[in-house]
Write a protein that binds this ligand. Structure first.
Ligand code: A1AUG
Length: 587
């Protein structure tokens, strides 16, 4: 068949297929429940536990080893996860080993797969835009990582927008190359984005959909073959998402999905030898993996995220509301959650703290605006609080009590949103710094204040932190408002006027708190300005730590290219040879 005619026919077929995809769902959804789903989110319970399976080499598999999860709201054993143990890793190791280093596609191999993933993204975005499907994922997230409906829906929305961003030709644009003219005719160097081939993705419990989907798709777009492991506590969400992706055209062999404990996963990584592993989670595990995997790793680790309020007091209610959201939404279990607030003395004179307190006290278990803490028990958090209260000058601002009247199982934590004041000078003491900056992944924050001349001490506190994920500098004072502007002029009058030569600027110091804080810190995602926040990162800007060569990003084209591809340069040198070329003397 004529090549152009053939292409036209293929495109028309793809279009028809696309249409029938959309029609079939729209039709089926009126008569059936969600077509890809294997669980009914509202029915999962102790009497009807849901099952989570593994996917390897294109096949869904169970296991003889079932990990039973307790419903975080009432303690009923409500989900059974088929966990792979060390005796069952072989198929996963084999699957990784089957993928060559040059990946499943690259600019010179199967380029039509870039288009395939653009197409899958269109369909997945469409699916998530259907209210019944977005509600399904929102509720599923809420069942395993209890957070308010709005917060859970936010994850689904970010994921949908991400898919929209990488629809059509946008996946192939991620692999855009460049060329530079060479030294002679026929020579040109071309830079390409190259996959790593077999890769691994390990993601935490707190964003059961957003983090794994954005990283998984980034890995796939660039031509890699991932094995995905999500924290078993929440992996049901991603298990159902894998089924949605298959429904949207993802080849079943392209991703392996595993449930296991950390030790088993470690073994798979050592034996299957993925060329790159993306780990999102605690710094402790991250550092161990970095050693085990000989540095072939990228990290989005935890952060003791900070917010500095500058001298310009404005919009108190708004700033208080953002502080409440940043510290306590999702019960403080976001890697971006505000862990410490530094208030300029001008803010200490306002009613900011009491406003934050009032907002925090509106939160309630019934609507999950506060809820179970999945990695700290109540006792552990209260013990930490008591240690902080031993520090001279420290005091409990609000919270500090267990939530009452609930049936959250005791393996999880349940405390009211809490804030503790610790004086800045005390924070800086050798013995207290570690204690105060210990990240409590729960509704818990430290609040302190600083006098104008103590900004360097605040900067020192920020410098001493070891993880640098999100930060906020709340001030609209970018250039002049608080500037220390010392200008001394020595003027010499000549010829009745001021001459250029007659002015000498002996010292010009322009210093604004906002610029100074930004200039002297490193957090990878820093918000600046009156509306600055630490949480709520959408899909449209980089989210990830800085100051660490292992730092990964999520979501944007830059993040995907940086994390999921490496640079390869092909230097074409095809001639022609110069006329009358002769072998030159040795050099
Ligand atoms: N959107 C989330 C980030 C998800 C992370 O990787 C937040 O803002 O905390």
């Amino acid at each position: 068949m004529n090549r152009f005619l053939y292409c036209g026919v293929m495109r028309a077929k793809a279009y028809q297929k696309g249409l029938s995809f959309f029609n079939s769902f729209n039709l089926s959804r009126s008569v059936h429940s969600i077509p890809f789903a294997t669980v009914d989110v509202e029915e999962i319970s102790g009497s009807q536990p849901a099952e989570v399976h593994n996917l390897v080499q294109g096949k869904w598999k169970t296991s003889s080893n079932w990990n039973t999860l307790l419903d975080p709201l009432n303690g009923e054993p409500f989900i059974k996860v088929a966990e792979v143990d060390e005796t069952g890793i072989q198929p996963f190791v084999e699957s990784l080993s089957k993928c060559p280093k040059h990946g499943l596609h690259n600019p010179f191999k199967a380029p039509e797969r870039y288009l395939l993933f653009g197409d899958i993204s269109v369909k997945a975005a469409h699916m998530l835009s259907i209210p019944k499907v977005s509600d399904f994922f929102t509720r599923l997230i809420q069942r395993v990582a209890p957070k308010s409906y709005k917060q859970a829906l936010g994850e689904v929305y970010v994921t949908q927008k991400f898919f929209e961003n990488f629809s059509g030709d946008q996946v192939r644009f991620l692999a855009r190359s460049f060329a530079v003219p060479g030294d002679h005719l026929g020579q040109q160097s071309h830079g390409f984005r190259w996959p790593y081939g077999p890769v691994a993705i390990i993601t935490p419990f707190n964003f059961p959909l957003e983090i794994p989907v954005l990283q998984l798709m980034g890995a796939l777009y660039m031509g890699n073959k991932p094995i995905l492991k999500v924290d078993s506590k929440v992996s049901i969400v991603m298990e159902q998402m894998m089924r949605l992706l298959h429904y949207c055209g993802l080849p079943a062999e392209d991703v392996d999905f595993i449930n296991s404990d950390g030790k088993t996963m470690n073994k798979i990584l050592l034996e299957g030898n993925p060329r790159m592993t993306l780990f999102t989670g605690s710094s402790r595990v991250a550092d161990k993996l970095a050693v085990d995997l000989k540095g072939r790793i990228k990290l989005e680790d935890a952060g003791f995220d900070w917010k500095v309020l500058g001298p310009d007091v404005q919009e108190e209610d708004y700033v208080a509301w953002v502080c409440d959201q940043d510290a306590y939404a999702c019960s403080g279990q976001k890697c971006s959650a505000q862990s410490i607030l530094f208030m300029h003395e001008n803010w200490s004179r306002t009613s900011l703290i009491s406003k934050i307190k009032n907002l925090a006290e509106r939160r309630k278990l019934e609507d999950l605006t506060v809820g179970p803490v999945l990695t700290f028990t109540t006792e552990a958090m209260l013990e930490h609080l008591n240690k902080l209260l031993q520090i001279p000058g420290s005091k409990l601002l609000f919270g500090g009590e267990p939530i009452k009247n609930h049936s959250i199982p005791s393996i999880y934590g349940a405390i009211k949103p809490t804030a503790v004041y610790v004086p800045l000078e005390e924070i800086m003491k050798e013995n207290t710094y570690e204690l105060v900056t210990r990240e409590i992944f729960g509704p818990f924050q430290i609040i302190t204040d600083y006098k104008k001349e103590k900004l360097p001490m605040v900067l020192d506190a920020l410098e001493r932190m070891h993880a640098h994920l999100t930060a906020a500098v709340v001030s609209n004072d970018p250039l002049f408002l608080q500037a220390t502007f010392s200008l001394s002029l020595s003027l010499s009058l000549g010829g009745g006027g001021l001459g250029h030569d007659g002015i000498s600027f002996t010292s010009i110091k322009l210093c604004s708190p906002m610029m100074e804080v930004i200039g002297k810190t490193v957090n990878g995602t820093t918000y600046a300005g009156l509306r600055a926040r630490t949480t709520g990162a959408p899909q449209n800007h980089w989210f990830g730590p800085a100051g660490d060569p292992r730092g990964a990003g999520i979501g944007t084209p830059e993040a995907i290219k940086l994390v999921w591809s490496c640079h390869r340069e092909i230097i074409y040198d095809i001639g022609p040879m110069p006329r009358n070329w002769e072998i030159p003397p040795s050099t």
